[in-house]
Design a protein around this ligand. Structure first.
Ligand SMILES: *[C@@H]1O[C@H](CO)[C@@H](O)[C@H](O)[C@H]1NC(C)=O
Ligand SMILES: *[C@@H]1O[C@H](CO)[C@@H](O)[C@H](O)[C@H]1NC(C)=O
Ligand SMILES: *[C@@H]1O[C@H](CO)[C@@H](O)[C@H](O)[C@H]1NC(C)=O
Ligand SMILES: *[C@@H]1O[C@H](CO)[C@@H](O)[C@H](O)[C@H]1NC(C)=O
Ligand SMILES: *[C@@H]1O[C@H](CO)[C@@H](O)[C@H](O)[C@H]1NC(C)=O
Ligand SMILES: *[C@@H]1O[C@H](CO)[C@@H](O)[C@H](O)[C@H]1NC(C)=O
Ligand SMILES: *[C@@H]1O[C@H](CO)[C@@H](O)[C@H](O)[C@H]1NC(C)=O
Ligand SMILES: *[C@@H]1O[C@H](CO)[C@@H](O)[C@H](O)[C@H]1NC(C)=O
Ligand SMILES: *[C@@H]1O[C@H](CO)[C@@H](O)[C@H](O)[C@H]1NC(C)=O
Ligand SMILES: *[C@@H]1O[C@H](CO)[C@@H](O)[C@H](O)[C@H]1NC(C)=O
Length: 626
């Protein structure tokens, strides 16, 4: 197998002539503590402003904080990376604030629904990639994302999500996963990370030891996965493969997993002993990840401000607890958003310092963490302590970035991958492709207005639909109304978008109960009723699944007849602020109107029949009606 990283690894070997041990031995304790902390400066309020706003341009305050604490890095959010030139300047200014050891600048540029660059190439996301079954596309996607980050000065991509999504009720991973099969996930994740590394950017697999079987979102609660050790091997498999293939970093999950650790600490709500989530568990981060699985790279926590950590163990305590458990980097310790809240960062910093001084954090282990971090910085030439480097001028860098980020070639590849991801689950009576002409009227119904705008923009740019009349509306939090009926009445063809995060409508014998109060189940009952109304008039109708492919199970009626046509797109992004935010709605429409001849995507998960507790498969893994 082709391993693009070998050459880099060899070079890195030469660089290692540098005396890292001696260097670290010379660092002060404060410098070491700085390296293991990676905060965000997502919003900032300066002395003259009235509120915190997106931090896009460096100022003396933030530069001063970075100089003072000598942080190991900074994590970027959408608020920081709004425009190519602005981002390039901000990254250069971040580095200028850290002259001795340059910063890790990391970001969640997964592709699909989680990506931060406003001007970058977006791609279909992992589950869409899973549907293509193409590791070469996954590698290509990783490489393009890596190139776009690298040219901006961002040196670590916090991707790929390597969780195996086999719980349809998972509210937070879903389409961020490559699928429900551990081998597919592992193959795609390794290919994706090879691509990122090939572009000279480091890659971070998440969320160890597996976030695929949760039905709680750790942003809002503390999930528990009560598997046996044997059951959990499915979740571990992709991580094992990634470790064997030299993944640079691994991010921890804020999930309790009793199979690996029953260790507890009193929670801060009522003092009850509470099982430590992986992020704070030494059994998971040290015994399992380092000793059993042999991971030698850098471990980073998921954001410590998430509810699973903050509400149960406290943000500040968690900052030393995760490091004592075995994490190398504490991500997003208590946040500062102005000079008046810098004390938050100061407290987090001092908490770690004290924990080292009183032995809660082992000083030898702290040195090992710092060495792993500096090693990574040298491998990716973020830091070249023994090389005379002539940096390229900022103007040249900006020019290069403008020519790279979201360029035509990358967009063409994005469309190609999107086309390959489109998955057809039903096409009864040859409903598709829609045969339209100037006299046709297409009614489109989507959950959100920006998706209707995407349909509109796509249809007006396609040869076959340019002159077709489009009517329609969006149904976010709306009942099936008489106005919607009128639109269907006027149409010759009907397109319905579906967006069901977790199916919560009551089901009756395996199908949606249409007598439900549809306002509180607008996401499932309203599109179902539109479909039924259009079918009663025998109008060609297609369901476009815009988020989880599990939606497909909602469009069965009592006679076991599904939607006549069902196309799965794995991505709900639409057209917003003058930009097509995601490539999947355009790709879906290309297929629906026959400009794309084949829908070659294959289902990357099992879709179960409603009301069967995931025991009866409706559309199996690998299925396509093409
Ligand atoms: C450590 O510091 C000593 C004394 O300043 C210096 O001689 C030595 O070169 C330093 N070692 C490294 C590896 O930087
Ligand atoms: C403070 O923030 C305001 C509003 O964002 C901005 O207009 C002003 O230039 C900033 N001042 C400094 C000194 O950065
Ligand atoms: C996990 O499941 C076992 C039985 O399968 C049960 O005895 C145990 O209480 C569960 N643990 C938690 C923390 O829910
Ligand atoms: C944790 O406790 C459960 C019983 O609740 C047990 O099955 C499991 O083996 C324990 N885990 C460890 C790592 O000891
Ligand atoms: C930190 O943990 C200690 C016990 O280990 C507890 O007494 C203290 O209240 C915690 N502090 C915060 C801010 O959560
Ligand atoms: C600190 O860690 C080192 C390296 O793992 C180990 O040899 C040493 O025993 C530890 N010290 C303590 C006090 O646990
Ligand atoms: C499509 O876009 C055009 C031009 O912006 C607008 O006039 C029309 O109302 C839109 N149609 C729908 C159904 O949103
Ligand atoms: C939606 O329909 C339900 C009955 O199905 C009704 O109780 C509710 O008032 C309707 N809501 C709106 C906003 O029309
Ligand atoms: C509906 O379809 C499922 C599988 O797709 C099948 O098991 C079941 O028997 C069917 N039910 C009826 C009433 O046809
Ligand atoms: C589904 O599983 C849950 C929990 O395991 C159980 O309470 C429920 O009765 C099951 N429902 C059906 C229809 O089997």
């Amino acid at each position: 197998m082709w391993k693009p990283f070998c050459a880099l690894g060899l070079l890195a070997g030469l660089v290692r002539a540098f005396d890292l041990d001696g260097y670290v031995a010379n660092m002060t304790l404060e410098e070491k503590v700085g390296q293991v902390l990676v905060p965000d400066f997502r919003n900032w309020q300066n002395a003259t402003a009235s509120g915190a706003t997106g931090f896009t341009v460096m100022n003396d305050e933030v530069a001063g904080i970075i100089k003072k604490f000598k942080f190991g890095g900074v994590i970027l959010f959408a608020e920081n990376v709004v425009e190519t030139e602005q981002t390039t300047r901000l990254m250069a200014d971040f580095q200028a604030a850290s002259p001795n050891i340059p910063l890790i600048l990391c970001i969640d540029q997964e592709g699909g629904i989680v990506r931060r660059l406003a001007t970058g190439t977006n791609f279909p996301g992992n589950m869409g990639l899973g549907a293509t079954r193409s590791t070469s596309m996954a590698q290509g996607v990783g490489k393009v994302i890596g190139e776009e980050l690298g040219v901006l000065g961002i040196n670590i991509n916090l991707a790929p999500v390597s969780d195996v999504n086999y719980n349809p009720a998972n509210p937070v991973i879903g389409v961020r996963s490559f699928g429900s099969d551990q081998h597919l996930v592992a193959d795609m994740a390794v290919a994706y990370k090879n691509g990122v590394q090939e572009a000279g950017v480091a890659s971070c697999a998440k969320h160890f030891p597996g976030h695929g079987d949760t039905n709680t979102d750790s942003h809002t609660g503390l999930p528990l996965i009560n598997h046996t050790v044997a059951q959990h091997q499915k979740d571990l498999y992709p991580f094992r493969q990634l470790i064997a293939n030299n993944i640079d970093m691994i991010m921890t999950a804020h999930i309790q997993i009793p199979a690996f650790s029953n260790d507890t600490a009193p929670n801060i709500i009522d003092g009850t002993p509470t099982i430590l989530p992986a992020t704070l568990s030494r059994k998971i981060l040290t015994s399992l990840l380092r000793e059993q699985l042999g991971f030698k790279g850098v471990t980073i926590t998921d954001a410590l401000d998430m509810a699973a950590i903050q509400e149960f163990f406290g943000w500040q305590n968690a900052t030393w607890m995760c490091l004592a458990a075995g994490a190398d980097i504490a991500l997003m310790p208590p946040r500062a958003t102005s000079m008046s809240t810098v004390s938050n960062l100061e407290n987090a910093f001092n908490t770690v310092l004290e924990a080292v001084n009183d032995g809660r954090i082992n000083i030898t282990e702290l040195d090992q963490k710092v060495k792993r971090i500096l090693n990574l910085k040298m491998t990716y030439k973020i830091w070249q302590p023994d090389t005379q480097v002539t940096p390229i001028s900022l103007d040249k860098q900006i020019k290069k970035a403008l020519n790279t980020v979201g360029n035509k070639e990358h967009r063409r590849f994005e469309a190609k991958v999107a086309d390959a991801a489109v998955t057809l689950l039903r096409n009864n009576h040859q409903t598709l492709p829609f045969k339209v002409d100037k006299r046709s009227t297409v009614a489109a119904f989507t959950p959100f207005s920006y998706q209707l705008d995407a349909v509109n923009v796509s249809m007006s740019s396609m040869r076959s639909t340019k002159y077709v009349k489009l009517i329609g509306t969006y149904f976010y939090q709306q009942n099936f109304t008489s106005a919607m009926k009128t639109l269907v009445d006027q149409a010759t063809h009907v397109i319905i978008g579906s967006y069901i995060v977790v199916q919560d409508a009551a089901v009756n014998g395996g199908v949606l109960d249409p007598s439900l109060n549809d306002a509180s189940h607008w996401d499932s009952v309203t599109p179902f009723k539109i479909m039924e109304y259009a079918r009663a008039q025998s109008k060609p109708t297609v369901i476009m699944s815009l988020r989880n492919p599990y939606d497909a199970s909602s469009y069965l009626d009592a006679g076991n007849q599904s939607a006549d046509a069902l196309v799965v797109l794995y991505d709900y992004l639409g057209y917003k602020s003058g930009i097509m935010q995601g490539p999947m709605i355009p790709a879906g429409l290309r297929y629906i109107f026959g400009e794309l001849k084949q829908a070659n995507g294959k289902l990357p998960v099992d879709v179960y029949k409603l009301g069967t507790n995931n025991t009866q498969i409706l559309f199996p893994f690998g299925y396509s009606a093409q």
